[in-house]
Design a binder for this molecule. Structure first.
Ligand code: NAP
Length: 291
């Protein structure tokens, strides 16, 4: 496993993955649509290739010679637009049409491994129980198409598929992290679930070491979240402390995948790949993000 092609290579997690994979000794090619993306990739020391991510032939050319394809394509709307279903259309298209085209093209190009990004919010509410990868999924809302992307990667590709179900990305350039801090400065919580609900979160740099591990673990589905996922109440207490307020005002609990209690276990990736997050992002990251 030497030649890696990444779709979504210029995004928040993609550019970190490019850096980490180069550092680990892989040859990395990033797919991008723009001259700016090309410049960014070449600046990191990667190759850049242009491709239409819903066109099989275009992707087939981009994947030529690749041992593994890592699909990190998402188009998550800005925090202000998240409540508008139409703002998710592009993301849904990437998770449905692009994931299918990528799986087919990877197969046609003779790629051996496909790593597909997914999200830990797909699980049904588990209360206080730990959720391993075979726990029931419920999808719903914006997570339904993440399950479609998983299925496409498993069923339309004939090599080893690794699905990574990430917790909520936390980091200095994650828009939702900044929004949570901003709300906390105004004394408000952004949690949509009850205070006792568990929330899978992950520091962006730890998400990326999981992508590196995904190139050598057995095919399968892996959760990627804090080793001990915090509750909304713990996250709010850490946010309040980071911005110097006493407590945060909570909202009435809502419905939907982000309101469910998801005490996600990442034991499988820890055991198969020796992967472990370096920090408990949900409670330990806010001071660093604020700084
Ligand atoms: N688990 C999570 O919590 C999670 C997961 C994903 C994203 N997010 C958050 O959402 C925010 C936005 O992130 P993002 O990943 O959606 O955007 P992003 O970081 O801007 O990255 C999007 C990537 O996908 C590509 N892309 C986007 N739309 C495309 C399209 N229509 N056709 C082809 N390529 C396309 C871009 O490539 P080009 O070079 O061609 O532009 C870019 O590499 C960030 O704050 C991030 O932290 C969170």
């Amino acid at each position: 496993m030497n030649e890696i092609v990444i779709t979504g290579s210029t995004g928040v997690v993609g550019r970190r993955a490019v850096r980490a994979l180069l550092h680990a000794g892989y040859r990395v090619t990033g797919v991008t649509r723009s001259a700016r993306g090309r410049e960014q990739l070449e600046g990191l020391g990667a190759r850049a290739v242009e491709a239409d991510v819903v066109d099989d032939a275009s992707l087939r050319r981009a994947f030529d010679g690749a041992d593994a394809v890592v699909n990190l394509l998402t188009h998550i709307p800005s925090v202000e637009r998240m409540g508008d279903p139409s703002a998710w259309e592009e993301n849904d298209r990437l998770r449905t049409q692009a994931s299918a085209a990528i799986a087919r093209a990877a197969r046609a190009a003779g790629v051996r491994r496909l790593v597909q990004e997914s999200i830990a919010f797909v699980y049904a509410d588990g209360g206080d129980a730990w959720l391993e990868e075979d726990a029931p999924v419920a999808g719903g809302g914006v997570t339904t198409t993440a399950l479609t992307a998983e299925r496409n990667a498993r069923e339309r590709f004939d090599g080893d598929t690794v699905v990574l179900r990430f917790g909520l990305f936390l980091g200095p350039d994650s828009e939702s992290s900044e929004a949570a801090l901003e709300a906390a400065r105004g004394g408000a919580s952004v949690a949509v679930g009850p205070p006792g609900a568990y929330r899978p979160t992950i520091w962006l740099d730890d998400a990326v070491t999981a992508i590196v591990a995904a190139l050598r673990v057995p095919a399968g589905t892996y959760n990627v979240a804090d080793g001990d996922p915090p509750t909304n109440a713990e996250i709010d207490a850490a946010l309040a402390a980071a911005v110097g307020v006493d407590t945060l005002r909570t909202r009435a609990a809502q419905d939907g995948p982000l309101a469910r209690s998801q005490r996600v276990s990442s034991r499988r990736l820890r055991e198969a790949g020796g992967w472990a997050p370096r920090m408990r992002a949900g409670t330990e990251s806010w001071g660093r993000i604020a700084a």
